[in-house]
Design a protein around this ligand. Structure first.
Ligand code: NAP
Length: 278
């Protein structure tokens, strides 16, 4: 049996994750902003009181994170799921941006997952199979071209990169790090017209966690076992030269622009321009 910590556990996907892990017999540390208002989490705890414990955590508050780490000191944690998140401010288009709201979105969706992971590293190190999964979003993939919810999309794209860095840094310690798109889920955030229930999403996420492999280049998992591309499918690599900017399709290793270089092998392009931007 494992010990699993889930942030943002009082509703939505977080609540369903608590339920799913407790049903499986795992010990769940459920963190919430306000333990005095547990709502549906209270009902879930009633049915499995011995498997779920609740701790206060406001993920944007360094003091709250430190207090949690202090309360959990010396206890192994096998899985940390950074689930707490926000969709961001009402105004978040490129033409009309609430910049303060964007900063708050970044604090919750981007800065907090690393801060929480760092604070709980001593606990993850006490496990012989420590895993960190951050709930990201397909809206943060560079392969999509929609332009709504800029603050949210940017915060998720940034957390993806940040988790790749963490994966690199923790690989030697045997701690696996990855991100997961939970699907379009019927929660307060996803809305009632979304594709799947929180329970279906949580079961899928559980399988993703079970299969998480140790790697320096973590996968952008999807709840149903699929994967999302990190970046645009076609121009996976962009090379900037002194006079030209051109694109290389990784699958065919042929340049797309300019036409004069269309058949040039990748190696010669590296030699020609010397700079690569991924
Ligand atoms: N639903 C979807 O379709 C969908 C799609 C892609 C990705 N996701 C991601 O999945 C995760 C869960 O989303 P959800 O749909 O379950 O959202 P939700 O129903 O809106 O729940 C969000 C959870 O995060 C908590 N939270 C927000 N800000 C917090 C903070 N500063 N400190 C601590 N907890 C905080 C909330 O606590 P309070 O109750 O106290 O506010 C709540 O428990 C998020 O990371 C979201 O971005 C969701």
């Amino acid at each position: 049996m494992s010990t699993v910590l889930v942030t943002g556990a009082n509703r939505g996907i977080g609540l369903a994750l608590v339920s799913a892990y407790a049903d499986r017999g795992d010990t769940v540390i459920a963190t919430v902003r306000n333990p005095d208002r547990l709502h549906d989490l209270a009902t879930v705890i009633e049915s499995r009181p011995d498997r779920i414990e609740v701790h206060r955590l406001e993920v944007t508050d360094a003091g709250s994170i430190a207090a949690l780490a202090e309360r959990l000191a010396g206890r192994p944690i096998d899985v940390l799921i950074n689930n707490a998140g926000t969709i961001g401010p009402d105004h978040q288009s490129t033409a009309d941006m609430d910049y303060d709201g964007w900063l708050t979105t970044f604090r919750i969706n981007t800065l907090a997952p690393l801060a929480v992971a760092r604070a709980l590293l001593p606990n993850l190190r006490l496990s012989d199979r420590g895993k960190i999964l951050t709930i990201s979003s397909g809206m943060g993939s560079m392969s999509t071209t929609n332009s709504d919810h800029v603050a949210y999309r940017a915060s998720k794209a940034a957390v993806n990169k940040e988790m790749q860095c963490l994966a690199t840094d923790l690989a030697e310690e045997g701690i696996a790090v990855a991100v997961c798109h939970p699907g379009w889920v019927r929660t307060e955030m996803g809305g009632e017209n979304a594709d799947i229930s929180p329970e279906v999403s949580a079961t899928g996420i559980q399988h993703v966690v079970d299969r998480l492999a140790l790697t320096r280049t973590p996968v952008f998992h999807v709840w149903d076992g699929g994967v999302l591309p990190w970046c645009a499918r076609r121009s996976a690599a962009v090379f900037a030269g002194a006079r030209n900017v051109f694109f290389v399709d990784r699958r065919t290793a042929a340049t797309i622009l300019p036409s004069g270089l269309a058949a040039a092998p990748v190696a010669s392009i590296f030699a020609a321009v010397g700079a690569a931007v991924d």
